[in-house]
Design a protein around this ligand. Structure first.
Ligand SMILES: NC(=O)C1=CN([C@@H]2O[C@H](COP(=O)(O)OP(=O)(O)OC[C@H]3O[C@@H](n4cnc5c(N)ncnc54)[C@H](OP(=O)(O)O)[C@@H]3O)[C@@H](O)[C@H]2O)C=CC1
Ligand SMILES: CC(=O)[C@@H](O)[C@H](O)COP(=O)(O)O
Ligand SMILES: [Mn+2]
Length: 396
């Protein structure tokens, strides 16, 4: 490998579920001599112990921490590192540190400015942070082309679609179908879902993930976010994006072509698969994710989603139709409502209600800049906070 091929990676959200797996994949690629990827920057919010350990293990000298409360501890433990602190720390890290690659694995719209910066700098971006596209797809996707950046999906469904679409022109695509596990309440009745506890909602049947996305899977808001993410990533209209419930999470999604042939991507429910694919595309070196044991697989089943029990799905199509800042409002209202649920301020069923109310109350505006998006994000959070104050809901 020549110097020109040397890869330098910044991992945003390194201490989270995707961030940790990304570093594991980097280590696997190094061990197997498939790729040498130097980790040159790490960003997290407040998990100081894990962050310090990662920086030492990967010899990283540029660190961003969002929470000022851990800055002194990180500086003391890593005296040779430059430590950026505060809300804009991750973005500054991306702008100041020379890199070829950025793994965008911060949770929520907090990851948007740094991801946008990576795109503006023409980086190769492994994108897990779906909220960035939901809130600001109309800003991000044109900039990818303008700055010669690459956006490689890490979300398992979108990695699957990306792999199946390959070089096929969009006119050959009849529709894409995103698979959904159905979450922990797939077979629960409406009343049980309405009043589900935090503990019940955090029990995902197939994937081990961070808390916010695990709650999103339980409301099926995750699939709604993924419909919008697919709309921006693949340039497809809402009517060409479908969802089917597939409880085993083995078929990660599929593409139906106009000739009625269907290509699907299958694999174990292990995020190291899509992460490695994003980091090594277009190559396919030996993987570190769990290999499938086909003899142990008894069945692959599919069922239509129930919009009555999971009304979040329909909202995604409304948001695509509304355009403008609707995606930012949708995403931020959901983030605020999930946070309130996790803090046991609202019952589970209130999450989707609050998002629906925010979309109805806040008129979408045309998007001119990142500031328009951030403004809509703030409005939606303020709206949800105010609704929670004025319409308290009993929590079980
Ligand atoms: N987990 C999964 O399997 C999948 C996740 N995704 C998406 O990937 C993203 C990450 O998810 P996941 O890894 O589960 O989330 P986690 O909650 O596990 O991790 C979130 C990460 O973001 C960091 N973080 C939060 N706020 C900031 C901030 N302001 N600046 C810098 N870092 C910040 C956290 O730091 P700290 O630890 O210090 O709080 C942590 O490192 C989400 O968008 C999710 O939807 C998509 C598909 C699958
Ligand atoms: C691993 C991944 O990509 C998650 O987004 C996953 O799809 C969540 O599972 P649900 O299908 O339950 O939303
Ligand atoms: Mn997914």
């Amino acid at each position: 490998m020549s110097d020109a091929d040397a890869r330098k990676l910044i991992v945003l959200g390194s201490t989270g579920s995707i961030g940790v797996n990304t570093l594991n994949v980097v280590e696997h690629l190094r061990r197997t001599r498939a790729a040498t990827i130097e980790v040159v920057g790490l960003a997290a919010s407040r998990s100081s112990t894990k962050l310090i350990e990662q920086a030492k293990q990967h010899h990283v000298r540029h660190i961003a921490v969002a929470d000022p409360a851990i800055a002194d501890e990180v500086r003391a433990a890593l005296p040779d590192a430059k430590v950026y602190v505060g809300d804009a720390a991750a973005e500054t890290l991306v702008r100041e540190v020379e890199a070829t690659d950025v793994a965008a694995a911060v949770v929520g719209s907090a990851g948007l400015p740094a991801t946008l910066a990576a795109v503006q700098l023409g980086r190769r971006v492994s994108l897990a942070n779906k909220e960035t596209l939901v809130a600001a797809g109309m800003l991000v996707t044109p900039l990818v082309r303008e700055h010669g950046a690459q956006l490689l999906p890490v979300d398992s469904e979108h990695s699957a679609i990306f792999q199946c679409l390959a070089e096929h022109p969009r006119r050959e695509v009849k529709r894409i179908v995103l698979t959904a596990s159905g979450g922990p309440f797939r077979t629960a009745d409406k009343t049980t879902i309405e009043n589900a506890t935090v503990e019940q909602a955090l029990k995902h049947p197939t994937w081990t993930m961070g808390r916010k996305i695990t709650i999103d899977s339980a409301t099926m808001m995750n699939k709604a976010l993924e419909i919008i993410e697919a709309h921006w990533l693949f340039g497809l209209a809402g009517e060409k994006i479908d969802v089917i419930v597939h409880p085993q999470s083995i078929v990660h999604s599929f593409v139906e072509f106009v000739d009625h042939n269907v290509l699907a991507q299958l694999g174990s429910p292990d995020m190291r698969g899509p992460i490695q694919y994003a980091l090594t595309w277009p190559d396919r070196p030996v993987g570190c994710s769990e290999a499938m044991d086909w003899s142990a697989l008894s069945q692959l089943t599919f069922e239509p989603p129930d919009l009555e029990r999971f009304p979040a799905l329909k909202l995604a199509y409304d948001v695509i139709d509304a355009g403008g800042t609707a995606g930012a409002v949708f995403n931020a209202a959901n983030e605020a409502a999930v946070q309130a649920f996790l803090e046991r301020q609202v019952r589970f069923g209130r999450i989707v209600e609050l998002v629906t109310e925010a979309l109805a109350a806040i008129e979408p505006e045309p998007v001119e800049s990142l500031e328009t998006i951030l403004d809509a994000d703030r409005k939606a959070r303020a709206f949800v906070a105010q609704r929670i104050r004025t319409t308290p809901s009993a929590v079980s």
